[in-house]
Design a protein around this ligand. Structure first.
Ligand SMILES: C[S@@+](CC[C@H](N)C(=O)[O-])C[C@H]1O[C@@H](n2cnc3c(N)ncnc32)[C@H](O)[C@@H]1O
Length: 390
């Protein structure tokens, strides 16, 4: 990150005024405002297409194949849980609802039991979900309940699925099913520390005269350094690392809501050694379908994201009582859950109907190109899929 700053419409002056009033703020509160300020944050404006350029799409945006594989994985987890009805699937950071729609289109076996919660913080994106799915009131999706015998506890009514609803956060009720998050953790606010000759500094955000935002380095508090987890024996002076406490807190909260089931996290992950070697390249911004400017530049107008530090995340999950079941690349996870069969099906449809060239034929052919993008070892295929059991 450079110390360059810039204006971001109304948000930069507001942040500068707050900093002048209250003093410097950590990078996490800066990022919280830049991405999630209810009026001017990047996602408040319906952002999230910020990565939808040729090089930086999320997996659901590639096409419907990703959702078709997720549908198969959900079926497997449903069977492992002995087919509960209702079967709750909470997708957190659901964006525009593309993945949820593709799961529905794939017609999973769990559909009659499926109650799908699209948990999305951005009101604008929750509104967009209505364009791709019929959303029901949350109380209908989490209820209704019936009491079979006098004095017995109420039981949920089975067989009403598939039902979908939108929420701004995970519900308080216990979840029996799956909590799923694709590219959520990398977007949760993180702090930044920098290695010095004698310890660690925190990279904070200050304001100069005018509304310019700029970096300020102060000695880091011990709890910030502790959240880095285990470090390599030598970390060169000047190395910067993300401290992802909000991601760890989120995992703890998700684990607490999950009564029986699975937590599936899909994200860019890296070991601390890799983060050190990336020399700050773990922090990326996106704007207008391409890489954006320095992170303090134009808050609210660009996405800010990081590689997720794998070690501290696994530690947080373990502390939260989650057991790691799977830890593999997205490419391998997709193959393990039926990608090759779905591509072969698509190729067969294309062979049969290429001469007609209708939408069915094109969708068949599209599976072949989508599979290439989703398993690309230099791109989406390198994401980690972490599956935990509780
Ligand atoms: C990079 S986007 C990913 C969207 C989608 N999962 C995809 O793969 O295309 C991250 C999304 O997470 C949402 N988000 C961030 N923090 C959240 C939270 N605590 N709860 C719910 N959604 C959140 C953002 O608003 C944004 O839509």
């Amino acid at each position: 990150m450079t110390s360059a700053a810039g204006s971001g419409g109304g948000l930069a002056p507001r942040l500068a005024a707050r900093i002048r009033r209250e003093g410097s703020i950590g990078f996490a509160p800066f990022m919280e405002a830049a991405l999630y300020d209810p009026e001017a944050g990047f996602f408040a404006g319906g952002g999230g297409a910020g990565r939808a350029g040729a090089d930086f799409v999320t997996s659901p945006e590639v096409g419907s194949l990703f959702g078709a594989v997720v549908a198969r994985a959900l079926d497997e987890h449903w069977a492992e849980l002995e087919r509960p009805d209702p079967f709750i699937v909470a997708e957190v950071g659901a964006g525009r609802g593309r993945l949820a729609r593709d799961v529905l289109r794939a017609d999973p076996r769990c559909a009659p039991a499926l109650r799908y919660l699209l948990v999305e913080r951005s009101l604008a994106l929750r509104e967009e979900q209505r364009r791709v799915l019929t959303l029901e009131p949350v109380e209908d999706v989490l209820g209704p309940v019936m009491t079979l015998e006098a004095g017995a506890s109420p039981e949920p009514v089975p067989g009403l699925g598939p039902m979908f609803t939108a929420l701004d956060e995970l519900p308080g009720a216990p979840i029996d099913g799956v909590v799923l998050a694709n590219e959520l953790l990398d977007n949760l606010p993180f702090d930044i520390v920098e290695r010095t000759r004698i310890g660690w500094d925190e990279v904070r955000v200050g304001a100069s005269t005018g509304d310019e935002l700029r970096e300020i380095l102060v000695p880091a508090e011990p709890d910030l350094v502790a959240a880095l987890g285990r470090l390599p024996a030598t970390v060169p002076t000047g190395t910067r690392l993300p401290v992802q406490r909000a991601a760890h807190d989120w995992v703890a909260a998700a684990a607490q809501r999950l009564r029986h089931g699975f937590l599936i996290l899909i994200d860019y992950c890296a070991s601390t050694d890799e983060l050190v070697a990336r020399d700050g390249g773990w922090l990326r911004t996106y704007r207008d379908h391409r890489r954006g400017g320095p992170p303090l530049h134009a808050p609210g107008h660009q996405d800010i994201t990081t590689d997720v530090a794998r070690g501290p995340l696994l530690d947080a999950a373990q502390r939260a009582g989650l057991r790691l079941l799977e830890d593999r690349s997205q490419a391998r996870w997709l193959v393990a859950h039926g990608l090759d069969d779905l591509v072969a099906e698509g190729a067969a449809v294309w062979r049969e109907r290429a001469h007609i060239g209708d939408l069915t034929a094109l969708a068949g052919r599209s599976r072949i190109t989508e599979a290439g993008a989703l398993t690309d070892p230099e791109g989406l295929g390198a994401h980690r899929v972490l599956v935990f059991r509780k």
